[in-house]
Design a protein around this ligand. Structure first.
Ligand SMILES: Cc1cc2nc3c(=O)[nH]c(=O)nc-3n(C[C@H](O)[C@H](O)[C@H](O)COP(=O)(O)OP(=O)(O)OC[C@H]3O[C@@H](n4cnc5c(N)ncnc54)[C@H](O)[C@@H]3O)c2cc1C
Length: 288
């Protein structure tokens, strides 16, 4: 008999405010957990990680399931489902929409939320959000705070994610390139081995101003600061990029992909945008 079968039925709490949800969590710790769409937790439960004794459902909390356009950003409530967001033009035409369209199948996207995708730690939206310079609005038990997406995993303390704040300059301007790429073990309906994303702008001197990020296998989402610094230099080369990239990213072997495979594949995906696209236009490397 596995762990899921031996557990007692959890008590389900349905709070209506962020503060109530946080207080319940603290009251019942360590036997408590938050749940949004439940799609990821169901996968984990089937693998043997039973639900906590107190399940705190987030979907009825006011303000967590709507989208608002503020002056400088679009505020996306953490409990908006992936499918709802795909239907929003402002999201759909950007790389965030591309990332969401490639997550699982409609049944999962109809229940699964953006908050759950971020908080399970390896979601495909993470690199796109980092590249787009999104921030997270969180409630830490005392106040609301704003943190960059890439700092969520190392945040000192517990927090409830309330919204994602997307800068209004979301869409790629004429000089900017935004990209999202995902590698899985088959074409569709597959968890990613690797998802990479970037937003960049070429400068006249050959340097590139870029924000680059990835998430792969069990790796935590990563902003590639050394790779970004490398391409910011005029005269950078693919070899120099690879060296900087390898300093940012040291993936370990996993059952379905070696660390070296993910390292090589990710470097090539980035270079196909940062280097090849440019050289191809000029009749460069593709001609050889
Ligand atoms: C068949 C299948 C295929 C999938 N394929 C993909 C894929 O291709 N790419 C991908 O990225 N993902 C994939 N997923 C993973 C995942 O289910 C979805 O990404 C989904 O977005 C998770 O959202 P949820 O609301 O269901 O999360 P839940 O299962 O409700 O929660 C996930 C975790 O996040 C925490 N959490 C949720 N909301 C909050 C919040 N507001 N504040 C704090 N913590 C919170 C929960 O406590 C839990 O630990 C797949 C899942 C399934 C079942």
């Amino acid at each position: 008999m596995d762990a899921a079968q031996t557990t007692v039925t959890p008590v389900v709490w349905i709070p209506e405010t962020v503060q109530e949800a946080f207080a319940l969590y603290q009251e019942f710790l360590p036997d408590a957990e938050w749940i949004a769409g439940g799609t990821w937790r169901q996968v984990e439960r089937e693998k043997g990680k039973a639900f906590a004794g107190n399940v705190i459902v987030l979907e009825r909390i006011f303000g967590l399931a709507s989208l608002q356009e503020e002056e400088k950003y679009v505020r996306v409530g953490a409990c908006m489902t992936l499918e709802q967001l795909i239907q929003e033009a402002v999201i759909s035409r950007e790389i965030l929409g591309e990332a969401m369209r490639r997550i699982a199948a409609p049944a999962v996207r109809t229940r699964g939320t953006i908050g759950g995708n971020i908080m399970y730690g390896h979601g495909d939206t993470l690199p796109a959000l980092i590249a787009l310079q999104a921030e997270l609005e969180i409630w830490n038990g005392e106040s609301y705070d704003r943190i960059p997406v890439e700092e969520a995993a190392s945040y000192d303390g517990v927090f409830l994610l309330t919204a994602v704040l997307l800068p209004k300059t979301l869409e790629a301007g004429p000089e900017e390139v935004h990209f999202f790429e995902k590698i899985g073990r088959r074409e569709a309906f597959t968890a990613s081995l690797l998802a990479v994303s970037g937003c960049f702008c070429r400068q006249g001197d050959g340097s590139v101003r870029a924000r680059l990020a990835l998430v792969g296998g069990k790796d935590a989402p990563l902003r590639l600061r050394q790779a970004e610094a490398c391409v910011a230099e005029p005269g950078w080369t693919p070899e120099a990029f690879f060296e900087a990239f390898a300093a940012d990213y040291q993936p370990e072997d996993e059952p379905f992909s070696s660390g070296n495979y993910r390292l090589q594949a990710a470097a090539h995906l980035f270079l196909s945008h940062l280097w090849l696209d440019d050289k191809a236009e000029k009749g460069g490397v593709h001609k050889a």
